[in-house]
Design a protein around this ligand. Structure first.
Ligand code: HEC
Length: 290
């Protein structure tokens, strides 16, 4: 096995390990950063939905309350407003999803799925919990889902969510008297749940990994070519010439020219030492011949 072959095998192994480790680390870091960015977008959307809720409760509801008994306008409902604003937002950004789920919802469409129920139960068990994030696999791909608790802090909520007898009759007509009642002050009844697709995150992490692999592969190729050229010029070629000379001299043929490698490196000094040895040998041989 030649020197060059051994050297290249070691170089190849080192580069393969280096590229794999660097790519894996970059993938993990980029993915983490991308997840944080998606979470940040979700936080903004949640803040916006909450702002729409309180605007509806404080500014719209008082204006329309007088009509409560005769005409029920869903527009004054906080969760209806938040969802409607989000629907408009979805026209431009369809990849995000918003849901206000409750364990005992007024609108059956707000019934939580298994994961959402679990998240709401966690909020109910631990009131200090402010958010829960989870990566969810669905038929449409994987999503980052973040839930925020909905807790009844205002008495006003109980006007429609405590007892059907005190709720606006028009609302009871529309939604029935079975669901969305019996909520208590201070109780966490549900959660705002916002999802964003992880496809964006995966794509970003993959793109960065590909750029990194290409860059590292290019550097490796450069190192490979340059070190092979250097190895041939500085070590292999001179050693091969010296070995040819040594071969002849060892068989008593001194007709071949001396080889002196230019420069001051170790191979050069080896060539000088070798020539000196050869001359001594030649002299010794000629003395024997005499
Ligand atoms: C005027 C009556 C009314 C008031 C006041 C009201 N809600 Fe509602 N709420 C509703 C109705 C009706 C719905 C169903 C809306 C729909 O069709 O999505 C609803 C839906 C919700 C939902 C979504 C889950 C579900 O039940 O379908 C949550 C969460 C919610 N309300 C919380 C609150 C909170 C918190 C307050 C107080 C800040 C509040 N509501 C005040 C009538 C009311």
């Amino acid at each position: 096995m030649g020197l060059r072959f051994k050297y290249n095998i070691v170089l190849l192994l080192a580069c393969a390990v280096g590229i794999t480790v660097a790519t894996a680390i970059s993938y993990v870091i980029v993915r983490k950063t991308a997840v944080q960015e998606v979470e940040q977008s979700i936080n903004l959307l949640r803040a916006n939905a909450t702002a729409v809720r309180s605007y509806t409760l404080n500014n719209i509801d008082p204006l329309l309350s007088d009509n409560g008994d005769i005409l029920f306008l869903p527009e004054k409902i906080t969760s209806f407003a938040a969802r409607s604003v989000f629907d408009t937002f979805n026209e431009e950004f369809p990849e995000f999803r918003y849901k206000e789920a409750a364990l005992n919802p007024t609108n059956p469409a707000d019934l939580p799925n298994a994961l959402e129920t679990d998240m709401i139960e966690q909020f109910r068990a631990d009131p200090s919990l402010e958010r829960i994030a989870a990566e969810v696999e669905t038929d449409e791909g994987s999503f980052l889902t973040v839930a925020f608790p909905v807790t009844i802090y205002q008495e006003g909520c109980l006007r429609c969510h405590s007892d059907p007898d005190i709720a606006p009759p028009a609302m009871v007509d529309l939604y029935g008297s079975e669901n969305g009642f019996g909520w208590q002050l201070g109780e966490t009844v549900g959660a705002q749940i916002i999802s964003a697709p992880m496809a964006l995150v995966e794509e970003r992490a993959r793109e960065t990994a590909i750029i990194l692999v290409s860059g590292l592969a290019f550097v490796f190729l450069l190192v490979f070519v340059l070190t092979n050229l250097m190895l041939a010029r500085i070590v292999l070629r001179p050693v091969r010439r010296m070995s040819t000379v040594a071969e002849k001299v060892s068989m008593g043929d001194f007709s071949i020219d001396e080889y002196r490698k230019p420069g001051k490196d170790e191979i050069s000094s080896l060539s000088i030492s070798f020539n000196r040895m050869r001359r001594s040998l030649e002299r010794a041989m000629s003395m024997i011949d005499v």
